[in-house]
Write a protein of this length. Structure first.
Length: 385
């Protein structure tokens, strides 16, 4: 039975041209023409002044924290509803994460919860050194409100746009709205370099410092001299070549992701127990996520297990960071008197297959199986998208 993936690499016709060029010139080691080309082409796509291609999105967040001067004991506010890679670099620097809840409008950082965290920080005379805002599942956060709060306290925003390349917020590309933005090109992202990331900023000093740290903090001497600890974080010329080819079809990938989301939404519109993830501004629709209404007899695990039996991949919504055992004991701020939005979404959400290689037949197969969980005596032949 054919495997249907949640989101897998989708390689096209352009990538091999750049890879072959690297082999033909023997430029297979880190750095090279593809790295510079990928940086320039991505800068142009998102309209930002500076970009540094790196080995991962995680390394990009780490360097963003470093260039902003985050040190041991500093506080960093972070979205709670995210993958742990957003927060792990905070711990690398022995800083203190404080987790901020989501809102239902965007599923991203709640401005009201963020204000609650700042109120507490002011009271304790411990303002954060930075705020990391995640664009979850390819959807922008409410940056007007978030930046209004952060600017009031003169605290920079790191925009974790790992999942949102190609998403726009009020005609601005995500990743360029905060002081520093980061992208990921992991295998499941909307475009991939097999592994890799990018740090972008309109601040040239941040970029110069990040580039220095990413290349082992080597001083400009004939010999190898180091005055501080650096990292081996640069992207390889081969990976960058893949990225250059992938970037050419990014708009096509976004269109296909949107088609998948809208197909699910239309197919489930008459099932009262299902809601699709809300659309805010102009997302890239990276993953199509559904939630099951509270009180339904069907649970997310029922859907995931049914799909799994048919060789179809699905996932729960990210488990919030404030619920993770490794981050136990760190502060969490919400705007709710009880519980949290992020925990509620985790409990009721299912990430559905959103692979851009899916055919209509594949999509119908997934829709059919999900519907079977809710609708008795389903006529399979009547399902269309």
């Amino acid at each position: 039975m054919k495997r249907i993936y949640l989101a897998s690499p989708h390689i096209g016709d352009e990538e091999m041209k750049y890879i072959q060029q690297a082999f033909d010139t023997n430029w297979v080691a880190p750095l090279g023409p593809n790295v510079e080309g990928f940086e320039n082409e991505l800068k142009e796509y998102v309209n930002v002044k500076n970009a540094t291609a790196l080995s991962s999105g995680t390394s990009a967040i780490h360097l963003a924290l470093k260039v902003l001067g985050v040190k041991e004991g500093d506080v960093v506010f972070c979205s709670s509803l995210t993958f742990s890679a957003t927060v792990n670099p905070v711990i690398y620097e022995k800083a203190i994460p404080v987790f901020i809840d989501s809102d239902y409008k965007t599923w991203n950082m709640s401005p009201k919860a963020l204000q609650n965290a700042f109120d507490d920080a002011v009271k304790n005379n411990k303002l954060p050194k930075a705020v990391i805002v995640v664009n979850l599942y390819g959807q922008s956060a409410d940056y007007d409100e978030i930046l209004k709060i952060c600017n009031k306290y003169n605290v920079p925003v790191i925009e974790d746009a790992a999942e949102s390349l190609g998403t726009t917020y009020k005609d601005r590309q995500t990743g360029t709205i905060g002081e520093i933005g980061i992208f990921s090109f992991n295998g499941n992202k909307i475009i991939t370099t097999s592994g890799g990331g990018m740090m972008v900023s309109n601040n040239e000093e941040y970029t110069k410092n990040a580039l220095f740290l990413a290349t082992q903090a080597r001083e400009a001497k004939r010999h190898y001299e180091h005055k501080e600890i650096g990292y081996n974080y640069r992207m390889s010329n081969i990976c960058a070549g893949i990225g250059r080819g992938q970037l050419k079809v990014l708009d096509e990938r976004i269109s296909k992701k949107k088609y998948i989301y809208e197909s699910y939404k239309k197919a489930f519109e008459n099932i009262d127990d299902i809601d699709m993830m809300p659309i805010y501004e102009s997302p890239n629709y990276w993953l199509s996520v559904m939630t099951i209404k509270e009180g339904s007899s069907i649970k997310p695990i029922d859907i995931m297990e049914k799909l799994e039996k048919e060789n179809i991949e699905s996932r729960p919504v990210w488990k919030p960071m404030h619920m993770q055992p490794v981050f136990k004991g760190y502060n969490f701020f919400s705007d709710l008197d009880e519980g949290s939005v992020s925990e509620d979404l985790f409990n009721r959400g299912v990430c559905l297959p959103s692979d851009t290689k899916m055919t209509d037949e594949d999509l119908n197969r997934v829709i059919d199986l999900v519907k079977c969980c809710f609708v008795k005596n389903l006529n399979k032949e009547s399902i269309t998208v």
